[in-house]
Design a protein around this ligand. Structure first.
Ligand SMILES: CC(=O)N[C@H]1[C@@H](OP(=O)(O)OP(=O)(O)OC[C@H]2O[C@@H](n3ccc(=O)[nH]c3=O)[C@H](O)[C@@H]2O)O[C@H](CO)[C@@H](O)[C@@H]1O[C@H](C)C(=O)N[C@@H](C)C(=O)N[C@@H](CCC(=O)O)C(=O)O
Ligand SMILES: Nc1ncnc2c1ncn2[C@@H]1O[C@H](COP(=O)(O)OP(=O)(O)OP(=O)(O)O)[C@@H](O)[C@H]1O
Length: 452
């Protein structure tokens, strides 16, 4: 099996199918006439018996999953042509996919020196069914809540618990760390299986293009498919408002590593689900109105997960080694989460979570400079905005227990004098925004919960 990315002309969505007897969905792709690349998704709870309307919604959710998950394979060669062999799509669907592939592969394109503008064209077909609003399926009031092992989803889970919403804590893939967090919630759990086509890893070894993909969009599409099968009316993510802002790169503009965690994706995909899959299925992020710092403040309210959670992405590789402890201590996410929690937690508790004090380690100065957007741009990672890092650091600079630690002391001496004091106030960054898709009745219950 040889892979020569430059000779490939077309990426093909070959077919997708779902076996209700086993709960296995098969998503099939190919480059030109090459081997079939088969990704499988396994939804626990089979056999599934679906009536006419639910079966139709599940089929539509399966197709959108097929289209979204294709991004992992398409990126290997980014050929000029995209073909869909076994079904048609309409202009609405094509537009959503073009938006997702272009923006979700923004960091990938930047790092590979590729210009994808005008290149990604999903073929809208005349054979696609006429545009029709999706029906309501009479889904039961139940939330499938995505859990990622980090602080954000745990904040949502506790908020939904406080609001009395029935929930199933749901994750994709085989992470033991996520499993441990999910079990710690004490709530019902659902672990969805996902196996990428193994040929992709071989293609990577042979020089395929590689880089970041919009993994939150993939997890979202998987969970919407699961909700349609299981009859739940809500898919809840925990993407904060800070995720909508990318890194500002000189000469390039904004590149957002976490584009599919941002508002534009949530708005457009959530609208698509209600328009095209099921009118009573809501996809939303419960934390959209909150900044990263506001989420950190919520997380600090309980120590229930201190010994279980980790936001360090090095835990989540499919292949290769994982860090020896839950926090590697040297990556942007470790840096940021330590800093974001510090204003809201007693110092001994925070140091016990990480096993060390990252703010008293001068070797971490370059990492913190990037977070502060000082002589560097925000890292390509899931971290808060530069203004949040600067405000958190300024708050610590006033605290006797933090101000002499190496990184805080250096911030006071070298960076703070160059900044406007008015921009370093933490309070305005903790305000609740009103741009979100949280169902109004739930938001009425939760806005007070999130305000302090
Ligand atoms: C864990 C991680 O950060 N992985 C990124 C890393 O991948 P790496 O090559 O080091 O190892 P693996 O994760 O084991 O993946 C092996 C290859 O598989 C391909 N692949 C994997 C998953 C997938 O859904 N599609 C794929 O095509 C890929 O070719 C891998 O090389 O570097 C990769 C290249 O930059 C990243 O794509 C890997 O990111 C994962 C997809 C991932 O799950 N990352 C999340 C921890 C993550 O970044 N979450 C974001 C959310 C933002 C968003 O939705 O865009 C975040 O926290 O910022
Ligand atoms: N394996 C997964 N399965 C399902 N959802 C996931 C998975 N990994 C991450 N998510 C979800 O994707 C969104 C973004 O993930 P992210 O890593 O930012 O959140 P987190 O793990 O909850 O918190 P943190 O930012 O502290 O890591 C969250 O809603 C999270 O629940």
């Amino acid at each position: 099996m040889t892979f020569d990315r430059d000779s490939i002309r077309a990426f093909r969505f070959v077919r997708c199918d779902f076996d209700p007897g086993t709960g296995i969905a098969r998503l099939v792709y190919a480059f030109d006439d090459g081997p079939e690349l088969v990704e499988t998704i396994t939804i626990p709870g089979a056999p599934f018996a679906l009536d006419g309307a639910r079966a139709q919604a599940a089929e539509k959710a399966l197709r959108s999953l097929h289209l979204i998950t294709g991004v992992s394979y398409y990126k290997a060669a980014v050929p000029a042509e995209i073909r869909i062999d076994s079904y048609g799509i309409d202009a609405d669907t094509a537009a959503l996919m073009e938006e997702l592939y272009l923006n979700g592969l923004g960091e990938f394109a930047y790092r590979n020196g590729l210009n994808l503008h005008g290149r990604i064209r999903f073929p809208a077909s005349d054979l696609a069914p006429a545009k029709a609003d999706a029906a309501s399926l009479g889904l039961r009031r139940h939330a499938l809540v995505a859990i990622g092992g980090g602080k954000d989803s745990l904040v949502s889970i506790e908020a939904l618990r406080a609001a009395g919403i029935e929930q199933t804590v749901t994750w994709v893939g085989g992470s033991q760390l996520i499993k441990a967090c999910a079990e710690r919630t004490g709530l019902p759990t659902l672990n969805i299986g996902r196996q990428l086509a193994p040929e992709l890893f071989e293609y990577n070894r042979q020089g395929a293009y590689n880089g970041h993909i919009p993994v939150t969009a993939i997890n979202s599409a998987i969970m919407v498919f699961a909700a349609a099968l299981l009859g739940a009316d809500q898919v809840v993510f925990s993407n904060e408002r800070s995720a909508s802002y990318g890194s500002l790169i000189e000469g390039t503009g904004e590149v957002n590593h976490q584009w599919s965690k941002g508002w534009a994706f949530e708005r457009d995909f959530g609208g698509y689900v209600q328009r095209r899959i099921a009118a009573d299925l809501s996809y939303y992020s419960l934390l959209r109105p909150l900044s990263e710092l506001a989420v950190a403040r919520q997380f600090a309210k309980t120590d229930r997960y201190d010994a279980h959670f980790s936001s360090c992405n090095r835990n989540f590789h499919l292949l290769g080694e994982r860090p020896a402890s839950r926090w590697c201590g040297v990556c942007p996410k470790c840096h940021f989460v330590f800093l974001a929690l510090a204003p809201f937690m007693p110092k001994p508790r925070l140091v016990a979570i990480f096993g060390r004090n990252l703010l008293d380690d001068a070797a971490q100065i370059p990492g913190y400079d990037a977070l502060l957007e000082f002589q560097n741009h925000k890292p390509f990672e899931c971290v808060g905005e530069g203004k949040e890092s600067r405000a958190a650091m300024a708050a610590l600079a006033q605290r006797p227990e933090w101000r002499e630690d190496a990184i805080v002391e250096r911030f006071r001496r070298e960076i703070q004098p160059q900044l406007q004091a008015s921009e370093l106030d933490i309070a305005p960054l903790l305000t609740i925004d009103d741009e979100h898709r949280v169902p109004p009745a739930l938001w009425d219950k939760l806005s007070a919960h999130f305000a302090t």
